[in-house]
Ligand binder design. Structure first.
Ligand code: PHE
Length: 364
């Protein structure tokens, strides 16, 4: 009878077997990662540890059997935990919440602002013919902005640029502080930096003027070229402008200079580029009816882009350069206008460029 009893499983052993089976099933439902499972099952207070402690209360004759069960369970749990591959993703994968074969969502990647793109391109075009990009202060003294550019103190020319004056004490020699209304403040600064010509700079910077309407923003950009060397003449100026027109607008683009007046250049010019919509003719011919209509984009075949001229001897002197020995040319154009012309953009309101409106900016 006694023997028979010992052959049948004791209730303690039975309970142990059931519990081992439960643990074995339970671990497969867990959503924890390897470390967390290790802790939950094998730490001192872990589920497996608690179970194995029950060995001491198992009747002696059942101990071999219980030992086997516990060993099996241990190996099974260890193997299961070890085989979980990626610690962090595994629980989710096992729950089939992630399908790794689904293509990922592309993050929204922006791009540089159209004006920054234009700046990079203009810089490259001029670098190819030996210009160096420089940058000068956008808040500067009257001296660099006007005085050194052959505009005597209180000359009304300061008003032509709709200048913002900064409410700060004036410098005893360099005068009032202004937000630069053009990039020409870089001219004498570059002469001072280089000392002795040759100079070939392209200065690209922000400019500020008291104008805000559909064709003007109070902040805009200009790029200013300055070349000073021996025997520099108007042909060099015209050749450089033509080169830029071809590079930026395409091989058929042409430039034109018209007499104008600036205090800091003599002679001075306004610079036009041929309209690349009508090819500079001022007319568009309808493909079907062959009817000739005025180009809506330019009206005359040309677009005015900015100013240029031969550097005035007084400006060279202000920069410490002898006008008897050296001559030079300079030009200054707005980037916004130069760029929007190329894109064939008749933007109704140029302020859109700085409006942060993504549906507009994403087109470039
Ligand atoms: N600074 C002039 C402007 O803003 C442009 C210019 C630059 C003209 C260099 C001549 C030479 O209108």
């Amino acid at each position: 009878m006694k023997k028979k009893l010992s052959q049948s499983k004791s209730s303690k052993l039975n309970a142990l077997l059931i519990e081992a089976d439960t643990i074995k099933k339970q671990i497969r439902q867990e959503t924890l990662n390897q470390n967390e499972l290790e802790k939950k099952y094998f730490s001192k207070k872990g589920l497996f540890s608690i179970l194995s402690k029950q060995m001491s209360s198992i009747p002696i004759e059942d101990k071999p059997m219980a030992g086997k069960v516990i060993n099996h369970l241990k190996n099974d749990l260890k193997e299961y935990i070890e085989n979980l591959s990626d610690k962090s993703f595994d629980p989710l994968i096992r729950q089939a919440k992630i399908d790794l074969t689904v293509p990922g969502k592309k993050p929204n990647v922006g791009h540089t602002h159209p004006i920054s793109q234009a700046i990079a391109e203009i810089t490259k075009i001029f670098e190819r013919i030996g210009f160096i990009r420089v940058r000068y202060p956008e808040v500067d003294w009257d001296w660099y902005t006007f005085g050194s550019l052959n505009m005597p103190t209180d000359h009304p020319a300061r008003d032509e640029w709709e200048t913002f004056f900064v409410n700060q004490p004036a410098h005893p020699k360099k005068g009032k502080i202004v937000l630069t209304p053009h990039t020409s403040n870089g001219q004498v600064r570059e002469m001072e930096r280089v000392g002795k010509p040759p100079i070939r700079m392209i200065n690209i910077a922000r400019c500020y003027r008291r104008q805000q309407d559909v064709t003007h923003t109070q902040m805009f950009h200009q790029f200013e070229g300055l070349v000073i060397d021996k025997d520099i003449n108007i042909q060099h100026l015209k050749g450089t402008i033509d080169y830029f027109a071809r590079e930026f607008y395409g091989p058929d683009a042409k430039s034109r200079i018209r007499p104008f007046h600036f205090k800091f250049t003599e002679p001075s010019f306004e610079v036009d580029f041929s309209c690349h919509i009508c090819g500079g003719s001022g007319y568009l011919i309808d493909e079907h009816s062959k009817e000739k209509t005025r180009c809506r984009f330019c009206k005359s075949g040309w677009h005015e882009v900015g100013g240029a001229g031969m550097v005035h001897p007084n400006v060279l002197k202000a920069g410490g350069i002898d006008p008897e020995e050296y001559t030079g040319f300079a030009f200054g154009w707005g980037i916004e206008r130069t760029y929007t012309l190329r894109e064939g953009l008749n933007i109704d309101d140029i302020r859109l460029l700085y409006s942060s409106k993504l549906n507009f900016l994403q087109q470039f």
